[in-house]
Design a protein around this ligand. Structure first.
Ligand code: AR6
Length: 174
């Protein structure tokens, strides 16, 4: 199993599945969602319309169309409202739901963007710790998903995920 953190654009990533930080309508938006829809082409929106939205913390899968990725897994992350509205548990649930769906669809390689840390304003350090925790726990027990990549769009995001992984590794070796 492997987990890597890179800086890049997830729309160029040739995984079995890439994850989209969507909203509950699943009908597109800005940020990574807009970039994925632009790169995939209009057929993606057509398929998304048949899904009738998705609850925060859950996930739904479509084809990747013009993307190099075979599938897109769409997950609406929580909007940060101060941290007392279940935001951390909902974010953890996003990562778990996506990985479970990837497994059910026989995806061996999965790439994530930093869910909820853009427009949805989830604090980056806390989001990174949750993502790293859920991904590593899943990789340990999955027989299908064997490679997960965090594709960070900027240096600040990559630094936060690198730090979260280092913290996790040092707490494990203690
Ligand atoms: N590749 C990888 N990461 C990206 C890319 C890209 N091409 N583009 C942006 N990011 P955001 P959210 C990063 O705002 O906070 C949309 O309108 C970005 O720098 O895309 O979950 C949806 O429709 C940030 O680190 O998602 C929802 O309404 C991260 O992706 C809402 O935004 C997430 O930022 C979801 O907000």
């Amino acid at each position: 199993m492997s987990f890597q953190i890179i800086k890049g654009d997830i729309t160029t990533w040739a995984a079995d599945a890439i994850v989209n930080a969507a909203n509950t309508s699943l009908l597109g938006g800005g940020g990574v969602d807009g970039a994925i829809h632009r790169a995939a082409g209009p057929e993606l929106l057509k398929e998304c319309r048949t899904l009738h939205g998705c609850e925060t913390g859950r996930a739904k899968i479509t084809a990747g169309y013009n993307l190099p990725a075979r599938h897109v897994i769409h997950t609406p992350g929580p909007i940060w409202r101060g941290g007392h509205q279940n935001e951390p548990a909902l974010l953890a649930s996003c990562y778990r739901s996506c990985l479970r769906l990837a497994e059910e669809n026989r995806c061996r390689t999965v790439a994530f963007p930093s869910i909820s840390t853009g427009v949805y304003r989830f604090p980056l350090e806390r989001a990174a710790a949750i993502a790293v925790e859920e991904i590593l726990a899943f990789l340990e027990r999955s027989k299908v998903v064997c490679e997960v990549t965090m594709v960070c769009f900027d240096d600040k995001t990559k630094t936060a995920y690198d730090a979260a992984l280092t913290r996790k590794e040092s707490s494990r070796s203690r």
